[in-house]
Design a protein around this ligand. Structure first.
Ligand code: ADP
Ligand code: MG
Length: 725
């Protein structure tokens, strides 16, 4: 082989092609998920030690804090009188010697031995006339390193891999590839546009920088590299679908959509209008729509979905809406029936030439006989809009002509399930797909996580909503010794909260009480809900009509409880998170969340969205003790804002990237340096560049090295995902 090396070439070379890497070292690397040279070269330093700040032992005075680079001379260990382990290490740097003492770090005897090179950072003390450091920060470094900046790599003592091993292996790759250099997959004009160095330079600089400024230059390029590659993959996939699949073209102009919109008792918000326009543009096109509708709870996504479904029906097709739970499907069925109930569709078999538009519901509660009837009606296209749960994708359910699929709370469905629903049309046409989510994620994260979808955002609530006031009812917490910690606790607050609940009920309003999330077991969660229900009904809320809803309530009872709550026959509904999504009772004005510290931000936000849906002032109470720092920040965030997008940003900050990518892609992340949060600027740039590039060269034929990388370097799960979506 000759010519510059591509990263894809490297992915084909196993680590044991390197000198000095035998089976044992290979196994060690494998334990760190490093199996080939691509993995190795993209294992980046976690941080760097800047030796311009280095001191010589001879110049360290007691009281000085300093960093020294030393070699270990000897290591001994003993126990102190109060049975603590003490490891004594003597080190030297040629200018002097230093005694290092570690308390309670017995493992240091395994980490350090005579001849080991380490960088120590700590305060120099005087111990009987000799220099000493106690419990300094220790970094193992290769003895051979003479550079001013020393990279520190990820370390796994168990695998026997650390900075020395990685420096050696990566150093050898760089030496052996120095002549050929690394191929440049990114077009030069893009590098120029952003002032980025070549990949060849960036890879060298990140591993062997001479200054921290060089590290920054390298990082910037490599961050762009990662983001650009992902965006090219996503945008190309999207374009490919648009070019190769023939979908259904629906004209949005027609009697049904018009009649629906003009019969609405309110005006569309401008966000709804914009989103509907975006969707209609997609529906008109022959290429199938793949659009994500992000909208905060209560933003009015249902209206948008119905407008789309009616456009499909008006063009002679059927529509399907799939929701993740029975409660939600039933709710959608009720509200959509209400919205479209008086519309008529053409039907030549009737005397009038029309019949009422028919909306049906299919869930696991549907009886076998009913299901057979519905299936037959679907097949004869007598059902126009079918709403349901997973039951929709079961065998035996087939649409005559499926034109639009709407998937609510899409993150609750797997790729397979979404694909299965899409294949439900008997005529084989590829329907348009609208996926909806009320779990907002930040824009740049959406560009990556949902980069193969078009995104519409409903960023405006319908007018007349009064903002929800959120309060944290802080309970006392117990410290380790069982002492009650009363910091910030207002002891009358909980009682006042229940009084407020009673007042609201007297005023004719309704209330939700959400019981603690018990992650270990659904059974425990149910018993906690039952216990809370029993207590509230007999104590705090005695005399009120208190209902109970949880995952194990039989579905007939669930349905009747929900019906009673909607009808106002139940004042207070005690429930687990089964009410998290979609439940819509405008008369409910108070949300009480018990043990709120156990819930994540997205969930708290969803739950809070169950109130504030009407014109009445609403409130949300988060009842929790201050258990840990992150929980406190979540609760404070909830109190400070009701803006789902702002909360999503905070959530991303608190949880880190992994979880966001995890929503779509399990396993190894392709982002090794880039952060969707920190590097928003580069996400946007990379996406715009990818769109531009794919616009000119949709197949990437003119950008072979890039095409290669996209195909081979992205984690398998992700490519697989992309192919199925
Ligand atoms: P989402 O599904 O986005 O949480 P919904 O579609 O359930 O929100 O709408 C929430 C409530 O707002 C519903 O009661 C709906 O009828 C009402 N609504 C929707 N759009 C508007 C609007 N433009 N003006 C007033 N109310 C609206
Ligand atoms: Mg909804």
């Amino acid at each position: 082989m000759s010519g510059p090396i591509t990263l894809a070439d490297f992915a084909d070379m196993s680590v044991d092609v390197l000198a000095g890497i035998g089976p044992k070292r290979s196994a060690g690397f494998a334990a760190l998920d490093i199996t080939n040279l691509y993995d190795l070269i993209t294992t980046y330093p976690r941080r760097y030690i800047d030796r311009t700040n280095e001191a010589r032992i001879a110049d360290l005075h007691p009281g000085d804090e300093g960093m020294v680079m030393v070699e270990v001379v000897s290591v001994t260990s003993r126990r102190t009188r109060n049975r603590r382990t003490m490891v004594l290490v003597d080190v030297t740097d040629g200018t002097g010697s230093l005694r290092v003492t570690f308390f309670n770090q017995g493992w240091r005897t395994r980490q350090l031995s005579a001849g080991t090179h380490v960088v120590l950072f700590g305060r120099c003390e005087d111990y009987r006339g000799a220099r000493q450091m106690t419990n300094p920060i220790v970094d193992l470094v290769p003895g051979t390193n003479t550079g001013r900046i020393v990279p520190i790599y990820p370390n796994s003592e168990k695998a026997g891999i650390g900075t020395s091993e990685l420096t050696a292996a990566i150093g050898e790759i760089l030496r052996r590839s120095a002549k050929r250099g690394f191929a440049e997959p990114v077009p030069t004009h893009l590098l120029k546009r952003h002032g980025l160095v070549t990949r060849d330079e960036a890879i060298k600089l990140i591993h062997m920088p001479e200054s921290m400024a060089q590290v920054e230059i390298a990082r910037r390029r490599l961050i762009y590299d990662e983001l650009f590659r992902i965006q090219v993959a996503l945008v190309r996939r999207k374009r490919e679908l648009e070019l190769t699949t023939v979908g259904v073209s629906h004209s949005p102009d027609g009697p049904l959509v018009d009649a629906f919109v003009s019969a609405l008792p309110f005006r569309l918000t401008s966000a709804q209008q914009r989103t509907i326009d975006e969707m209609f543009a997609d529906l008109t096109a022959v290429a199938p729509m793949h659009r994500l509708l992000q909208g905060d709870v209560g933003a009015g996504k249902t209206i948008v979905a119905v407008a789309g479904l009616l456009a499909a029906v008006q063009n002679g097709h059927q529509g399907a809406l799939m929701a993740p739970t029975e409660v939600l499907a039933e709710q959608h069925h009720l509200s959509i029936r209400e919205l479209v109930g008086r519309l008529e569709v053409p039907d030549p078999t009737t005397l009038a030439g029309t019949r009422p538009l028919r909306v049906e519901l299919l869930t696991n509660r549907t009886t076998a006989a009913e299901r057979r009837k519905l299936a037959a009606a679907l097949d004869r296209q007598q059902v126009d809009i079918m709403i349901g749960t997973h039951a929709l994708i079961e065998d035996g359910v087939q649409f005559r002509s499926l034109g639009l699929v709407v998937i609510d709370e899409q993150h609750r469905f797997g790729v397979e399930q979404r694909a299965a629903l899409r294949d439900k049309g008997a005529d084989g046409a590829v329907p348009d797909v609208l996926v909806m989510t009320a779990t907002p994620i930040p824009r740049t994260a959406a560009m990556t996580v949902y980069g193969d979808l078009d995104v519409s955002v409903l960023d405006e609530l319908p007018p007349g909503r009064t903002p929800i006031v959120t309060r944290w009812i802080r309970l006392a917490s117990e410290d380790e010794s069982g002492e009650l910690d009363l910091t910030g606790v207002d002891q009358g607050a909980e009682e006042r909260m229940w009084n407020h609940v009673r007042d609201q009920v007297s005023a004719g309003r309704q209330v939700y009480v959400v019981t603690p999330l018990v992650e270990e077991s659904a059974k425990l969660e149910v018993s906690s809900a039952e216990a809370t229900h029993a207590r509230l009904a007999n104590e705090e809320l005695i005399g009120l009509s208190v209902g109970l809803l949880h995952g194990r309530v039989p579905s007939a009872e669930k349905e009747s409880t929900m019906a009673a709550f909607r009808a106002g026959d139940i004042d207070v509904l005690v429930a687990t998170t089964v009410i998290e999504v979609g439940v819509d009772v405008a008369n409910a004005t108070v949300m009480v969340i018990l043990d709120a510290d156990r819930f994540g931000i997205a969930q708290l936000h969803q739950l809070r969205g169950r109130v504030g849906r009407g014109s009445q002032a609403s409130s949300c109470f988060l009842v929790a003790s201050a258990t840990n720092e992150v929980a406190i920040r979540r609760l404070e965030a909830m109190v400070s804002t009701t803006d789902g997008f702002e909360l999503a940003e905070i959530d991303l900050e608190l949880r880190g990237e992994g979880t966001i990518m995890g929503e779509r892609q399990k396993g190894r992340s392709d982002l090794k340096l880039a952060s969707l949060r920190r590097d928003r600027y580069w996400v946007e740039k990379a996406r715009a560049d990818a769109i531009e590039l794919i616009g000119v060269d949709p197949t990437l034929d003119g950008h072979q090295p890039l095409a290669d990388e996209v195909l081979r370097l992205l984690a398998d799960d992700e490519t697989e995902f992309l192919l199925k979506s």
